[in-house]
Design a protein around this ligand. Sequence first.
Ligand SMILES: [Zn+2]
Length: 119
Amino acid sequence: MSLRTVLRAQARELAGDHCCWPGCTSAGAELAHLHSVGMGGRKAADVITNVAWMCRKHARMTDGMQENWPDFKQGHNALLGEGWEERIPMSGWAWARAEALTRLVAERRRALGFDERAL
Ligand SMILES: [Zn+2]
């Protein structure tokens, strides 16, 4: 079994099959990397603390894709708070999003009694 297959199963189980994006009520559909894998595939990105189970829309958003601005802005409002696009310079959006998701997912997993360090 590949590492990605294991991570996918773990992330899905930890999420209870729901999308991890704040405020989203959709079922998850895919494994998303919180900090990007990057060109050529960064091995350090493939760890449970850097992945989460998400619906397709939020997985694309996690990748920084803006399929439509109102959705993108609303999704980030839920994650970073209103006014994020003025507070955070555009060059820092990806980092701020990844860090906020990392904290959120870790908090939820701790609340469920999962110790990420033990995975
Ligand atoms: Zn979602």
